[in-house]
Design a protein around this ligand. Structure first.
Ligand SMILES: C[S@@+](CC[C@H](N)C(=O)[O-])C[C@H]1O[C@@H](n2cnc3c(N)ncnc32)[C@H](O)[C@@H]1O
Length: 203
């Protein structure tokens, strides 16, 4: 490995720990202090319908940590199979499961197995089912051409290997499939001190 590749691998390793710690904290202690919008306040700000937020389990709403509303353009249809990449505590997966109905299905992928268990419990509390796989968006643990739609909310910005994530998304999408993601982009080149700070990457 070159020095640069070594440095990236060690930063990526630290980043993974910080991501697991931070989103676990939002899920376990949603009333704590965070420097990003989360919970119902964030979901309302991003235009989630109040009926959805009233109907979803309180824990999934309180731990919501997205950055926008991927449901606005996902145009989910009954019967579709949806992948929620970085499914977190499960609010987006729940909404997707309502929209695709019992003839459809939702599969989550999350780096943190504890988040997968939380999301599955939240979805089960609504009477629906969700499969969730521990895994990374850079190596999505699903077969080729196996989903109709991918949604994701505030997750791709966390990756050092965004091109790889996009390649993986196209691998698992069926021909004619759709992607609806909301994420953070910066129009400015970020300073090296930001890029090298796992806490800032993670949030
Ligand atoms: C912003 S939250 C997702 C919000 C979620 N959709 C919701 O409804 O609250 C970020 C989630 O992405 C997961 N994550 C971060 N990096 C990941 C990666 N490389 N692969 C898969 N999941 C990842 C985190 O563990 C965390 O649970």
């Amino acid at each position: 490995m070159t020095d640069a590749a070594d440095a990236q691998a060690s930063l990526e390793f630290m980043l993974k720990d910080e991501i697991v710690r931070m989103y676990q904290e939002v899920a376990d202690n949603p009333s704590g202090e965070f420097h990003f919008f989360h919970g119902r306040e964030a979901a309302e700000l991003f235009g989630y319908a109040p009926e959805w937020l009233d109907r979803a389990p309180a824990g999934a709403v309180a731990s919501f940590a997205g950055v926008g509303n991927p449901h606005e353009r996902s145009n989910l249809q009954p019967g579709e199979r949806v992948l929620d990449l970085g499914s977190g505590a499960g609010l987006d997966a729940i909404i997707a499961s309502w929209r695709v109905g019992s003839a459809g299905s939702v599969v989550g992928v999350d780096l943190n197995p504890a988040m997968c268990l939380k999301a599955q419990a939240h979805v089960a509390a609504t009477g629906a089912k969700m499969e969730c796989h521990e895994g990374r968006m850079e190596d999505i643990p699903l077969p080729d051409a196996s989903v109709d739609v991918i949604i994701s909310n505030g997750v791709m910005n966390l990756s050092f290997r965004k091109r790889r994530v996009v390649e993986q998304m196209f691998r698992v999408l069926r021909p004619g499939g759709r992607i609806s993601i909301t994420d953070i982009v910066s129009a400015k080149q970020l300073s090296q001190s930001i890029v090298n700070d796992p806490k800032l990457w993670a949030s």
